[in-house]
Ligand binder design. Structure first.
Ligand code: FAD
Length: 387
């Protein structure tokens, strides 16, 4: 998180969501990335800084700790449904059902937007970056879910290819959307938001664990792909494959520190919300996957109509289906406690209790990423973390 503490811009690593918006906002390149063992940090060059405060204004984390966890009215959606790309090959490349990439394709093919801003694959660490796409020939660059944090918004601009952007389809997670909203504020760029539901992004501790599961050494640099090959997919790297990659994933091990302050997993005020179909379809069939899709605004319905020729609708969902799939009540309760505790407003007893849980998490994260922990121990430790 970046704040103005006169006369300098101060950086607080523990509250940074790693969205990278500050890097795009600085007119004099006074901000840079410093690679740490687990997450990158932002370094401010105080000599180069001209004190314009653009980075502070775009930083979404500045607003997060004060914001309580939002109650979401899931009955308020225009439509909620399970859907997928009609093209089965696309579904197999995707994280869930390939709806995100299909919306991008349709929006570009129909020239509904000038550009799509989304995560694309790279072959070097951290294997993804944010990029503007302007042609359907570029759709194959779109990555499926990248769980390890990277400075997604770093490449945001108001112009692309020398042209001022007018209308952009932006696909990203909650913190990224909030950073981009601040970036585009008063710019005249119309900004259509597709939120990827995200309960947390991961540190490199997760990557070290993944390399171990893939039987690769910790310093291997072969690109990692976290999803793909059907639902719920596989973790792959080169020819190495691991199927149960999500096993310790939901346990909040290796969570990026700033994720503790996220007011909710769902992009604030987004037009479309996309999520995995957990608890709605089986994880054992090895099928081609479906995306839980929520259309919240008129613009979302318009985009859906444009994309209809490329999409297959499976079934409509109720608000209860959506809550069940996200496991919303449990997530909300847990996140409220943790962010409240870390927001330093909790009682002493609560702070001690959650301080203990958090330290336990760091310890388990380190243990899983460092040593080959037998499966039975892994199960027991995971169960204690579920609390
Ligand atoms: C960090 C993270 C955590 C997630 N956590 C959950 C969860 O807890 N529960 C749940 O139901 N779903 C979660 N998801 C969403 C889920 O994995 C799928 O992304 C979603 O269902 C869309 O699937 P799709 O097949 O339609 O997308 P695809 O067509 O495969 O497209 C994927 C889209 O996601 C974008 N993308 C991938 N990684 C990132 C990233 N790190 N930052 C920004 N954009 C990215 C790509 O650019 C692309 O536009 C998470 C996704 C991410 C990236």
């Amino acid at each position: 998180m970046l704040t103005h503490q006169p006369p300098i811009i101060a950086y607080e690593s523990g509250r940074c969501t790693r969205c990278g918006t500050c890097l795009a906002s600085c007119p004099v390149d006074a901000l840079s990335l410093t690679e740490g063992r687990d997450v990158f940090d932002i370094t401010v060059d105080h000599d180069a800084c001209i004190g314009c405060l653009k980075c502070v204004r775009v930083c979404p984390a500045a607003a997060l700790p004060e914001r309580p966890l939002r109650e979401i009215d899931f009955t308020n959606m225009r439509r909620a449904l399970l859907a997928c790309a009609s093209d089965v090959t696309e579904r197999h490349k995707a994280s869930s059902g390939g709806v995100a990439r299909t919306l991008a394709r349709a929006a570009l093919a129909s020239k509904w937007v000038d550009a799509v801003y989304c995560a694309v694959q790279r072959n070097d660490e951290p294997f993804a970056e944010g990029a503007f796409l302007t042609s359907i020939d570029e759709i194959d660059r779109i990555s499926n879910s990248v769980y390890c944090a990277f400075p997604f918004n770093r490449n945001l601009r108001l112009k692309h290819g020398g042209q001022r952007l007018k209308r952009v389809l932006y696909i990203g997670t909650n913190c990224q959307i909030q950073g981009a909203e601040n970036f585009f504020l008063d710019s005249g760029v119309e900004f259509i938001k597709v939120a990827i539901i995200c309960k947390q992004q991961k540190t490199r501790g997760y990557v070290r664990w993944a390399r171990r599961m893939l039987k690769q050494s910790a310093d291997d640099t072969t690109p990692i792909r976290y999803r793909g090959y059907g639902w719920p997919g596989r973790l792959t790297s080169g020819t190495a494959t691991y199927q149960n990659y999500f096993r310790p994933f939901s346990m909040e091990l290796w969570r990026v520190p700033g994720c503790r302050f996220c007011p909710h997993a769902i992009g604030d005020g987004s037009d479309v919300l996309l999520a995995d179909p957990w608890n709605l379809i089986s994880t054992t069939e090895g099928n081609a996957g479906l995306t839980m899709t929520m259309l919240r605004t008129e613009r979302a319905l318009a985009l859906w109509n444009i994309a209809a020729p490329y999409l297959t609708e499976d079934r409509e969902l109720t608000a209860a289906d959506v809550q069940k799939s996200i496991d919303w009540k449990r997530y909300q309760k847990k996140q409220a406690r943790i962010s409240y505790f870390l927001g330093r407003e909790a009682s002493r007893a609560r702070r001690l209790f959650y301080g203990f849980i958090e330290n336990q998490r760091y310890f388990y994260g380190w243990l899983f990423g460092t040593f080959p922990v037998p499966e039975i121990i892994e199960k027991i430790l995971n169960r204690t973390l579920k609390k």
